[in-house]
Design a protein around this ligand. Structure first.
Ligand code: BGC
Length: 728
């Protein structure tokens, strides 16, 4: 089905009499309202403010809510303002400026590790509910940039490295948000793959390669979630600024995919009025740009140039269409109390489901509640769990448990803190093992940590790697001597468990000496409890890595992070700083490792459990909807959840290793379930000259426990199929 037909069908599905029915035919309503706009009203919706009290020249309107953005409404026409907040991990605290508390979900990496679209949808609905209760009607969520470099400072916000996985999960989050009549974005469109030089770097990549990777993630997320807006990115793509790219905005998004919503800029990504001609519909946070380029200058351009006039009409219709389709006018946000306890339970569920068990030598975990002594070491485990920095930062009621200033530049530098949610693993471990002697050592001195580890039956080292928007990490080591700390503790006590609170993948030079390793990511408002529940087996880990953990930086497509050493502090925006993504092209992450025959430290899709799953009799079938059916059996003694992953492993076009589908299956001990995993048609096709081309022939599929642990190959003959680039 073409993208446009799909859209119309989705609109027609709305049940008469339902709340959403009032938003029926949003296109017709948008056309009518646009036609009634008076000249002075025509650029009201096309630009907005950064709604923070940090600009001396900005007087925030009375109906603005302190948050990321404010776009004035048009009262005469019943058009509501856009009251915008970040974002995908919960309602953000705008650098600690708003202190009304919100529920922090675990990081994007943790969400990605669940491989569970339904959980993503629930998380999105929760965020939107809290946003409404604070007076917002727009959430700047849906961050789905693929992890092309694990050093990217925003890795923690994103969902993973695979387009199908990120697209399905991101789309589900967006759908959850919009189910509450709150508009969501999908962002950052596109190829915003590192923070170093994010305003100036130029992502260079071939058209087919990007359509089969990063753009495919957006395409799928847009189909699944139908976001009201797409937020274009800071960086350039193939020479043009992403927010002024005719190729990306007009051609790919609006023409090829038939996207009917609007494109909003990222904050500070507008420098010229003619970006509107390239497909930009709305300028955000105009104070950072220095001028309202899509305000008065756009009105002037439209008065003299029919191309601008036509564009302006279309911009208005697109913004209005999203407002009506999502029901922002009919269902304004109502400020009110939030059931923080209920929402914390959801944060806990996501944390439980997102923790990945990476190593478990001799079944050291789960720990017995009768363990006599435990030394907990490092990671501020006595105070809380780490969270990531930047616009996505969420603070619970009462603020962070620990807040360590990290410096930096710019108006928000003083809010650039390593912040810990007050959910201390130490207290939760004590509660889980009430009879044990549990000591805490902050890990600053090896002598002290080693002595404590020697005395205790079990040592638990909590290690942190802080990441933030705006800067990348220089390498994948654990900072502040934590690698040496773990090595020393593990040498002193073989029953050492490492709990990682990292933004993304890290190297583990100490791995072989340890007993067990848990990747807890940034585990959110109830992270400490989730960590303890996994350590003691109250929760059976079911997270699977959504990114490859490399064994060495040398194995990455770019062993040195581009411009890490050479980017000027204030780069000239007119200058180009290319990054060559043609190196890996569409083969991001595990596909790059497969192509090179490189063995990662931990592969994409990997994660252990306290039980054991077997995949029986996989069978591929063709027909209208090709699929693979497999029986998943829990062959162990504990209830648990498996994530059978379907990989394309051979094709007539020479494809190797592509995730083509997946499922999440809960199983009681001994239980078996047959699951049918549909094959995403675009994953088995090649993108060539504006089309998805699937040559006729024999396709091989395997069900994997990870990208590096595959079952037998099952083959199916598929006929030739060619569909336009905007179709499935
Ligand atoms: C970020 C966006 C965010 C926006 C508004 C930008 O710096 O890149 O992700 O939504 O700020 O806070």
């Amino acid at each position: 089905m073409t993208a446009m037909r799909w859209w119309l069908a989705a609109t027609a599905l709305v049940a008469p009499g339902s709340l959403a029915a009032q938003s029926q035919d949003p296109d017709a309503r948008a056309r009518e309202t646009e036609a009634r706009m008076q000249p002075a009203e025509r650029t009201v919706l096309t630009h907005g403010l950064w709604a923070l009290p940090i600009f001396p020249d900005t007087k925030l309107p009375p109906d603005a809510v302190l948050g990321a953005g404010y776009v004035e409404g048009i009262e005469r026409l019943g058009v509501p303002p856009l009251l915008e907040t970040d974002a995908g991990l919960g309602v953000s605290s705008v650098a600690g400026l708003r202190r009304d508390g919100a529920t922090a979900l675990p990081s994007g990496m943790a969400m990605g590790s669940t491989w569970d679209a339904e959980l993503m949808r629930r998380g999105g609905a929760m965020i939107a509910g809290e946003a409404r209760a604070k007076g917002f009607n727009t959430v700047l969520a849906g961050g789905i940039n693929l992890v092309r470099d694990p050093r990217n400072g925003r890795t923690f916000e994103y969902l993973g490295e695979d387009p199908l996985h990120s697209g399905l999960l991101g789309g589900a989050q967006i759908a959850g948000i919009q189910s509450q009549h709150v508009l969501s974005t999908v962002k950052h469109f596109a190829l915003n793959a590192q923070e170093t030089g994010r305003m100036v770097v130029d992502s260079v990549i071939g058209d087919d390669a990007m359509r089969m990777s990063d753009l495919l993630a957006f395409q799928i997320a847009i189909e699944q979630g139908r976001p009201g807006a797409v937020m274009c990115a800071y960086n350039r793509v193939n020479g043009a600024p992403a927010c002024g790219s005719d190729a990306l905005l007009n051609r790919v998004l609006k023409r090829d995919w038939g996207y009917p919503g609007f494109v909003m800029s990222d904050w500070g990504a507008v420098k010229r009025t003619d970006q509107a001609l390239a497909g930009l519909d709305q300028q955000s946070g105009q104070q950072i740009d220095g001028a309202a380029f899509l305000g008065a200058p756009l009105a002037e351009a439209a008065a003299r140039d029919p191309a601008y006039a036509a564009r302006l009409a279309d911009m208005n219709r697109r913004i209005l269409r999203s407002i009506y389709a999502i029901g922002l006018d009919a269902h304004p946000p109502v400020k009110g109390p939030i059931d923080l306890a209920a929402n914390a339970r959801l944060a806990r569920d996501v944390a439980d489901r997102g923790i990945v068990l990476l190593r478990n030598r001799d079944a050291l975990l789960p720990l017995s509640p009768t363990v006599r002594s435990i030394a907990v070491i490092g990671g501020y485990a006595d105070a809380g769990v780490l969270s990531g920095g930047g616009s996505s930062q969420v603070q619970g009621e009462g603020g962070p448990a620990v807040s360590i200033p990290m410096g930096g530049e710019g108006p928000l530098a003083k809010y650039n803190n390593q912040a810990f949610h007050p959910s201390p693993p130490l207290a939760a471990i004590r509660a889980a093992a009430p009879k044990a002697t549990v000591t805490f050592h902050d890990g600053r001195y090896l002598t002290d940590a080693v002595a404590a580890a020697r005395r205790a039956e079990v040592a638990i080292v909590v290690a942190t790697q802080w990441m933030t928007e705006g800067e990348d990490v220089p390498d994948l080591s654990l900072p502040d001597g934590q690698d040496a700390l773990i090595a020393a503790v593990a040498a002193a006590n073989p029953r050492t468990v490492v709990v990682l609170e990292t933004g993304g993948p890290v190297l583990m030079p100490w791995l072989e000496g340890t007993g067990a390793v848990l990747e807890a990511w940034y585990p959110g408002a109830r992270g400490g409890e989730a960590i303890a529940a996994t350590l003691f087996g109250k929760s059976n880990p079911s997270g699977r890595l959504p990114v490859t953990f490399p064994a060495a930086l040398a194995d990455l497509p770019r062993p040195a992070l581009p411009y890490a050493e050479t980017m000027p502090a204030k780069p000239d925006r007119a200058q180009h700083y290319p990054i060559d993504y043609r190196i890996e092209g569409a083969d991001v992450g595990y596909r790059w490792f497969a192509r090179r025959g490189a063995t990662p430290l931990f592969p994409f899709g990997y994660g252990l459990s306290y039980t054991r799953f077997v995949h029986e009799r996989p069978r591929a079938s063709g027909g209208k909807t090709p699929a693979v059916r497999v029986t998943v059996r829990n062959a162990g003694a504990r209830a648990g959840r498996d994530v059978p992953q379907l990989y394309l492993v051979s094709s007539p076009a020479g494809a190797t290793m592509r995730l083509a589908g997946f499922a999440s299956v809960a199983l009681a001990p001994g239980e078996a379930k047959a699951v049918t995993i549909a094959i995403e048609p675009r994953v088995v096709a090649e993108h060539r000259s504006g089309q998805w081309v699937r040559p006729a022939g024999r396709y091989g599929f395997a069900i994997g426990h990870s990208a590096a642990d595959l079952g037998p190959t099952t083959f199916v003959d598929l006929p030739a199929r060619t569909v336009p680039t905007g179709s499935r």
